[in-house]
Design a protein around this ligand. Structure first.
Ligand code: ARG
Length: 460
């Protein structure tokens, strides 16, 4: 008979059992479930709600179950629906009546709210550590390429000279915000729902502060309906993970472009690339493509839970059992993508020669040419037009700006002098962009140091 079978006269239909059971996926909450139950039992004993002997038997029984689950000796069953009833049934089978007292002053509603929250809380530092490792890899790579000139793009059109270090550190700054978003989420979720009961608290003299403290929460959740109904921490987590995946996906897109013969800015290590079954010459950036592709499923996970929650009246509804799979999937996906992405970046070969060559074409020093005239007294808008004419002339002749002779330059403006060649030299154009946040070496050094300090400050 079911744990809740008392008021039923018929067996549950098999199809209903299949629909209802969540043990296939919520068994991953076994440790949180057992830890929560131990804290609950101890509190019941301390508050005089169950006897100390029962507490001892429950604690010992749960410890045994935990050890057996970890040793692979326990078979969970769909007959007991979910992880909560599986553990309770196992306990009662092992210790008898004391096991039946564990659920006093508790409901599966606050129990699952607790387990799930603890699971999310444990996974956040794992992903933060992975992000911090990626940050270290980016800093390490950036340090080597602070003077490597590459074209910076807008509209995927060559725009202005930057360094490869500057490009990498742009992502490092995004990932730093991803870290703080996850940390924020961890801070906000750290209130304990246990003791909310089914929805309306309990008439037993429980001590919610005791269980909250024992389970390392900052406080019990203030409202029992909210305690069993809130899933915004899971949504917040998946929002943060969606943004993180969006960053990884943009970066992946660039890695894919940079690996192409059209760019060849980088080459991936053989261990982080794959071949084709038919085309012998191929070396494909599958890692980056899969990371880009998996971004879609993390967005989907977020959308799925947002949609589950949007119409639910307070308090608990069984719909909420659908919260776990998307969250598990989003966490699993991110935890799989981050380390492999970091390793791919760590081991790539950077072709600075090709970056420099690309920088040489596309007039990415045209702004500097206009700035040169502006600094000599021509209004910027006029300087812009003059330079535009020069670019058109160069395009017609298949030349770069620096290949124009001084006489050709002087023909469009008397302000041009020999020093223009210094001013439009690509290395100088990059090096002189020393405004705060710019690509000059002094600035990329500052950025790298800032991210390194960030990594130290956020490493636990
Ligand atoms: N397996 C359920 C879930 O994940 C546990 C809570 C069940 N509560 C209930 N009232 N049926 O949501």
């Amino acid at each position: 008979m079911k744990l809740w079978g008392g008021r039923f006269q018929k067996e549950t239909d098999n199809l209903v059992n299949e629909l209802n059971a969540s043990i296939s996926f919520d068994q991953r909450l076994y440790k949180e479930d057992i830890t929560g139950s131990m804290a609950h039992a101890k509190m019941l004993g301390d508050c005089g709600i169950i006897s100390k002997e029962d507490v001892a038997a429950i604690t010992e029984g749960l410890q045994g179950i935990l050890a057996d689950v970890e040793a692979g000796k326990v078979e969970f069953t769909a007959d007991n629906e979910d992880i909560h009833m599986n553990v309770e049934a196992l306990l009662t089978a092992r210790i008898g009546d004391a096991g039946k007292r564990l659920h006093t002053a508790r409901s599966r509603n606050d129990q699952v709210a607790l387990d799930f929250r603890m699971y999310v809380r444990e996974q956040i530092p794992v992903m933060v550590d992975q992000l911090l490792h990626l940050e270290s890899v980016l800093c390490k790579q950036a340090k080597q390429y602070q003077t490597a000139v590459m074209p910076g793009y807008t509209h995927l059109q060559r725009a202005q000279p930057i360094s490869f270090a500057q490009h990498l550190m742009a992502y490092a700054n995004m990932f730093a915000r991803d870290v703080t978003r996850l940390e924020d989420c961890a801070k906000r979720l750290n209130e304990c729902p246990l003791g909310s009961g089914a929805l309306a608290g309990t008439t037993y003299p429980i001590d919610r502060w005791q269980t909250a403290k024992a389970l390392e929460f900052d406080a019990p959740m203030s409202n029992s309906l909210d305690g069993v109904s809130d899933r915004d921490y899971a949504l917040e987590l998946m929002s943060a993970l969606s943004i993180l995946m969006m960053h990884l996906s943009r970066f992946s897109e660039e890695v894919i472009l940079w690996c192409s013969w059209e760019f060849k800015f980088i080459e991936l290590d053989d261990a982080y690339a794959t071949g084709s079954s038919i085309m012998p010459q191929k070396k494909n950036p599958d890692v980056a493509e899969l990371v880009r592709g998996k971004t879609g499923r993390v967005y989907g996970d977020l959308m799925s839970l947002l949609t589950v929650m949007k119409g639910l009246p307070l308090a608990y509804n069984k719909d909420m059992q659908e919260d776990k799979e998307p969250v598990f999937d989003a966490i699993d996906t991110v935890e799989m993508c981050l380390p492999v992405f970091a390793a791919m970046i760590d081991t790539m070969t950077v072709r600075t020669d090709n970056m420099r060559k690309a920088a040489g074409k596309g007039f990415i020093n045209a702004t500097d040419c206009a700035d040169y005239l502006t600094k000599k007294g021509m209004p910027f808008r006029d300087a812009y037009t003059v330079t535009g004419h020069l670019v058109a002339a160069c395009t017609a002749q298949g030349k770069t700006l620096e290949e124009l002779g001084l006489d050709e330059l002087k023909a469009v403006s008397g302000l041009f002098d020999q020093d223009v060649y210094e001013a439009i030299n690509l290395e100088n154009c990059m090096a002189l962009r020393a405004s705060y946040g710019g690509p000059a070496v002094s600035e990329t050094t500052r950025q790298i140091e800032a991210i390194e300090a960030f990594v130290t400050a956020h490493t636990k």
